[in-house]
Design a protein around this ligand. Structure first.
Ligand code: HEC
Ligand code: HEC
Ligand code: HEC
Length: 126
């Protein structure tokens, strides 16, 4: 062992813990960091991450109303990209692992969207 390292280790651990706290605070998120198994497609989300983290519920409610009541299946994002209004063909074409991504976050926050009573999302095989 490097001389002095044994004595330095607790300090290193404390430093690492503090650095980690700063990191999580810097992310400015009340959400647990679940390291979401994201887009295997490598493209960015419909809206940016902060928007999605805080407002995906409102976005989806708007999508549902647009599709079911307004009969519109096209959503133009803030950056001008157009998306098809579809859980299956849009959201879950990127977030292929619903249980690991959506469900685990909701479970950790005791949220339980009722959507899946009707919308059946086939989980991609691992
Ligand atoms: C083209 C791929 C793609 C599509 C389509 C997509 N996402 Fe995303 N999503 C991502 C990526 C990549 C991220 C990580 C942030 C980023 O880089 O944009 C993300 C981030 C998120 C987050 C934020 C997670 C967090 O807290 O950091 C949520 C929630 C989310 N997406 C939900 C959805 C929903 C709901 C839909 C459908 C309306 C959707 N996504 C459609 C790729 C996608
Ligand atoms: C990083 C955490 C996180 C991820 C990932 C996430 N959600 Fe959420 N979701 C939330 C939170 C927080 C709420 C708000 C719960 C509340 O208000 O009771 C929410 C609420 C919702 C609601 C509204 C529920 C209602 O009853 O009004 C829907 C719909 C929803 N999420 C869909 C999704 C979908 C689909 C995905 C995956 C593509 C996803 N979420 C991923 C955290 C997340
Ligand atoms: C009582 C059953 C039911 C529930 C619960 C439900 N939906 Fe739907 N939803 C439907 C039906 C039926 C359609 C119309 C299907 C079509 O025309 O493509 C639809 C269509 C949609 C669409 C557009 C088409 C698609 O395939 O994605 C979105 C987006 C949507 N719903 C979101 C939601 C969200 C988000 C929730 C939960 C907050 C939810 N729905 C809960 C029955 C339901």
């Amino acid at each position: 062992m490097i001389p002095g390292l044994r004595r330095a280790l607790p300090g290193v651990a404390v430093f690492a813990a503090l650095a980690a706290c700063t990191f999580f605070r810097a992310r400015g998120s009340a959400f647990p960091d679940l390291a979401p198994p994201l887009a295997e497609k490598g493209s960015s989300c419909v809206e940016d991450r902060a928007f999605m983290a805080s407002s995906h519920m409102a976005l989806l409610a708007g999508w549902r109303d647009a599709a079911v009541r307004g009969n519109t299946r096209r959503y133009v994002a803030l950056d001008g990209r157009a998306w098809e209004i579809s859980l299956e063909k849009t959201c879950f074409s990127c977030h292929t692992r619903k249980s690991a991504f959506c469900d685990s976050c909701h479970a950790s926050l005791l949220a339980s969207p009722s959507c899946w009573e009707c919308h059946v999302i086939a989980e991609a095989a691992e």
